[in-house]
Structure formats: structure tokens, C-alpha cells
Design a protein around this ligand. Structure first.
Ligand code: ADP
Ligand code: MG
Length: 503
């Protein structure tokens, strides 16, 4: 295996320059990381009573592959197929269903159906992975920090079967065009040189990029099976809204990774597949995103959020308890499209790297709230505000985990709101539509609200009393109409299972 799961060389990790050139998704040896840290934030994390940062791969020692310990472990790649009934009941309040012919169809049955029509044979299996909502912790992932997303019930499914030749043929309900590449071609297609577009249709760069990254990871050990030398037909269907900040891209990568990993018998675990997905997104598609989306999609669980330490990739389930508290999470999709591969996102990443370098920190994770006064003296105003967002946001994630545990979901409203203010004023990634969504939701009685996802468009979330959903929805729609904005798409989401094989 050479997927970057090995702990790093201590000397390299201790040198901030060396660490920055390499892929920041790779977990570091925890002792090295602890030494390099300003201890504040890591002590705060440890105080939460979460598992120490030693395991970077696979289930915690003593846990089975389907362990769902709510306090210390994480469900790793639960193989339990979700029943159609449970999916339907969880997505009952979902309005958008962009591709399904009727609403008794799930992405999974639709993918299998299309597979039969497109290939004239039965799929060997169907795999699916969910979109995600980030409850709190924005742009902290690529700063080695903390995030708290949850997987949602909207999923992308991949129906697939091996072929007798070496061709990988991908088809999606989102595109008329099937895209083919031979296994032998993948290395000439990827990585996509920085600043250029992928050599295949962009959507196909996600699944073909996953195939490429998976083969790269496994190749070092030699082909694991005869199947590894065969191509596949893969057909995707999805009910994850695209470009809404719900990470349809991670859902697509997760579904592709599940199918490839099983059919090629490559045997990678959920965290390794999350890294493969991220590599596809970064290097094949060219979108410089962190690893949060893929981790949430691979490892999420019903009723839980997933607290992720993006430095170590330790992941712990945290019961959200929204239903218990009589609350629902409302998504307000502004329909303003964001584009990760361009402009703002890259610019914010650069500012974070600049800030960390100027402060002599390996990453902004290593800068504590108490260091901000010194940062204000050293940094220009814009860089300082970018840094302040990341540093305070990391703290807010830890505070949210603690608050959820100690006081329940109803108590996190203020944290969501200050997160939004920080993104609006310091990180400057909000847009008027997102601010309007948050303000209107709060004015109509939401417990808390914030924009979610990378910013520059996409969605906001609001934590709302179940009984007030209609009132808040109407208030937001009215505010959008008054401001002359396109009517938003508003629906509820519930924390749901991560990636698994469906059939
Ligand atoms: P999001 O916030 O939804 O992840 P991204 O821009 O990161 O937005 O990813 C969206 C892109 O992912 C789409 O433009 C498309 O290329 C690809 N994509 C997502 N879902 C599918 C799908 N089911 N079929 C084909 N392509 C998809
Ligand atoms: Mg995405």
C-alpha cells in the first residue's frame, strides 16, 4: 500500500516547509503532531474525552468492522444494506428529486435499472454513498483542523459489473454521454496539470479519477487479484442536489470507490477510500478541497454527526440528538452556484498557508485563540481576518461537540450564528443570498443558522423547531422574493448512514 496511510518521517514533519509541500491529507505520527502543536487546541480536543489520535486506519482496536459505538468509535464501512423503507421514511420531507422518474424509486434502484438498459445485463452489485451537510467547521479541514459534518439521506448510487476487457465505461443520469477509458490509459489522463481542465468530461474525471487513485494506491503491492486487470461498466444515479454545498462530488466518489474496491477486490477500508476520493477530486478534477466531505460520506451514521480531526483523520460519532430535542435541520439552497476549482476557494487556501507560515506554525490548527493578538501585529489585515476565522472556527467545533454532549442540540444555536458571522466578515465567503437566508430564518424563530459548505453560493442550514418548519420556510421565501433573489430550494435533511453496498 502506498496510499499515504503510513506515519510520516518525523524529521520531515517537524520541518514546516517540508510538511507544506506534501499532501496535507496524510495523517502524521501523533507524537510528532503533538510536539509541533501549540498545546491549547489539542488539549481542548483531548478534554472532550475522544479517542486519542493514534489510529489512522481501520476500526479502533477491539472494534468490529461494523462497530457503532456512539461514544468512542466510528462505524467503519457498515455493510448493512439499508432497507428501502428506512430510506424512504428518512427522505420523506425532501422536495428535490432531480432524476427519479417517480418517487418510489431510489437512486439505487434507478442505477440498477439504467445499468440493465445500458448494458443488457445484470449489475454485479449496487453501492451508494451519501451527500453531507457540514454542521460546523468551515475551511478548517485543509488547515489540519476540526469539522463536524453529518451524512444525509440523499445518496449517489453506482450499479456496476466487471467487463471482459480493460475498458472502464462510466455513465450517469446527469449526462447523455458515456465516457470510456482503458485501465492502461489512466496514468496518461491523470493527474490533471494544475490550471487545466481534465482530459475527459469533468463529471467523468471524478469516477475515473477514483479508479486511477485506487490503482496508484494498490499498484505498489502488485495486483491483488485477477479482477484487478479487468475493466467495468458503472452507471450512476443520484438524488444529491449538485453544487448546493451538499457534496454531490464526494457522494459520487464514494459510490465509485465502493464499487471499484469490491469488484477489484482491493480491500481498502473506509478511511483509505475517503483519501482516494479526495485525491481524485484534487488531482484528477483539480478542485483543491480537504478530506472532510469524503470522510463524512464514507463514515457517517444514522442520527450522528462525525467529529473529524483532519490532522490525524481520527473520526468519532457524536449523537446529534436533533429529533430528541424536537428540532430539524433545514437546508436552504440559494441556487447560487459555487465553483471550487476557481478563484475564491484557492485564494482562501493560499491566505491560510501564508498566515500559518508568517506565524511559524505548521498549519493554522497549531494557532490558538490566545495567539490572535500576536497574529494581529504580524499579519496584514486581510490575512489576519482569514486566520482569525480558522482559529476561532476550530474552537467553535470543539465547543459544539461539548455543547451537544452536555446540553443537547438546542444549545448550539449561538455557535452556528457566530460561525456564520465569522465566514461573512472575516473569511468573506458568504454572499447576500446566504446572509438573507440566515437572517430571515433567525427572525422567524430558528434556533441557529449558518451558511454551510465552501461558500460563494450553495446552501445555508437552519436548526428549527419541527413545528416551525413551515413558518421559517415561508419567511425565507418571502425575504428572497423581497430582495429580488431567485426563489431558494428548501428542504429538511436528517443524519443518515454512510457509504455501503446496497445490493
Ligand atoms: P457539490 O457541492 O455538489 O459537491 P461540486 O462542484 O464539488 O459540487 O461537484 C459537482 C460536480 O460533481 C458536478 O458538476 C458533476 O461534475 C459531478 N457530479 C456530482 N454528482 C454527479 C452524478 N450523479 N453524475 C455525474 N456527475 C456528478
Ligand atoms: Mg463538492
Amino acid at each position: 500500500m502506498s496510499d499515504g496511510s503510513e506515519p510520516r518521517d518525523a524529521t520531515a514533519a517537524a520541518d514546516p516547509r517540508a510538511a507544506r509541500v506534501s499532501d496535507d491529507s496524510e495523517p502524521r505520527d501523533s507524537a510528532v503532531a503533538a510536539e509541533a502543536n501549540i498545546p491549547g487546541i489539542d488539549r481542548a480536543r483531548d478534554d472532550l474525552g475522544l479517542r486519542p489520535s493514534t489510529t489512522t486506519n481501520g476500526p479502533p482496536a477491539g472494534a468490529s468492522a461494523t462497530d457503532t459505538d456512539r461514544t468512542s468509535g466510528v462505524a467503519i464501512g457498515s455493510a448493512e444494506p439499508e432497507t428501502r423503507r428506512s430510506r424512504r421514511s428518512r427522505s420523506a420531507s425532501l422536495t428535490p428529486n432531480p432524476t427519479h422518474e417517480d418517487d418510489t424509486m431510489t437512486a439505487s434502484t434507478e442505477a440498477a435499472d439504467l445499468f440493465r438498459r445500458a448494458t443488457g445485463r445484470e449489475p454485479a452489485g449496487v453501492w451508494s454513498a451519501p451527500g453531507r451537510v457540514n454542521l460546523i467547521g468551515e475551511h478548517t479541514d485543509y488547515n489540519d483542523g476540526f469539522v463536524l459534518p453529518f451524512a444525509i439521506s440523499q445518496r449517489t448510487a453506482a450499479a456496476a459489473a466487471l467487463r471482459d476487457d480493460r475498458v472502464i465505461r462510466v455513465t450517469s443520469t446527469f449526462s447523455d454521454e458515456a465516457v470510456e477509458a482503458s485501465i492502461d490509459e489512466l496514468e496518461s489522463l491523470f493527474p490533471t496539470p494544475e490550471g487545466t481542465t481534465p482530459a475527459v468530461a469533468e463529471w467523468a474525471a471524478y469516477p475515473l479519477g477514483v479508479a486511477w487513485a485506487l490503482r496508484q494506491a494498490v499498484a505498489a503491492d502488485g495486483a491483488p487479484s485477477e479482477a484487478f486487470e479487468r475493466g467495468l461498466d458503472i452507471v450512476f444515479a443520484s438524488d444529491v442536489p449538485v453544487g448546493a454545498g451538499l457534496s454531490s462530488s464526494a457522494a459520487l466518489e464514494g459510490a465509485a470507490a465502493g464499487a471499484l474496491n469490491d469488484l477489484w477486490s482491493t480491500g481498502l477500508d473506509a478511511k483509505q477510500l475517503a483519501r482516494i476520493g479526495r485525491r481524485a477530486e484534487n488531482e484528477a478534477v483539480g478542485a483543491p478541497t480537504g478530506v472532510m466531505d469524503q470522510m463524512a460520506s464514507m463514515l457517517g451514521a444514522d442520527d450522528n454527526a462525525l467529529f473529524i480531526d483532519c490532522r490525524t483523520l481520527d473520526a468519532n460519532l457524536v449523537p446529534l440528538g436533533a429529533a430528541e430535542a424536537g428540532l430539524e435541520v433545514l437546508v436552504i439552497d440559494t441556487l447560487v452556484k459555487h465553483a471550487h476549482s476557481t478563484g475564491g476557494y484557492r485564494d482562501r487556501r493560499d491566505a491560510c498557508e501564508r498566515g500559518a507560515a508568517a506565524l511559524g506554525a505548521e498549519a493554522l490548527r497549531d494557532v490558538a485563540v490566545d495567539d490572535l493578538a500576536r497574529a494581529a501585529e504580524l499579519l496584514d489585515d486581510v490575512t489576519f481576518r482569514r486566520v482569525r476565522h480558522i482559529v476561532t472556527e476550530n474552537q467553535r467545533v470543539l465547543d459544539t461537540v461539548r455543547t451537544l454532549r452536555e446540553h443537547g442540540a438546542r444549545a448550539i444555536g449561538e455557535l452556528l450564528l457566530s460561525s456564520h458571522a465569522s465566514m461573512r466578515d472575516d473569511f468573506e465567503i458568504s454572499v447576500p443570498e446566504l446572509d438573507t437566508a440566515v437572517e430571515a430564518a433567525m427572525a422567524a424563530g430558528a434556533v441557529g443558522a449558518r451558511m454551510t459548505g465552501g461558500g460563494f453560493g450553495g446552501a445555508a442550514i437552519a436548526l428549527v423547531d419541527a413545528a416551525a418548519i413551515a413558518r421559517v420556510t415561508t419567511a425565507v421565501e418571502r425575504a428572497f422574493a423581497e430582495a429580488g433573489f431567485t426563489a431558494p430550494r428548501i428542504f429538511t435533511v436528517a443524519p443518515a448512514a454512510g457509504a455501503h453496498r446496497d445490493a
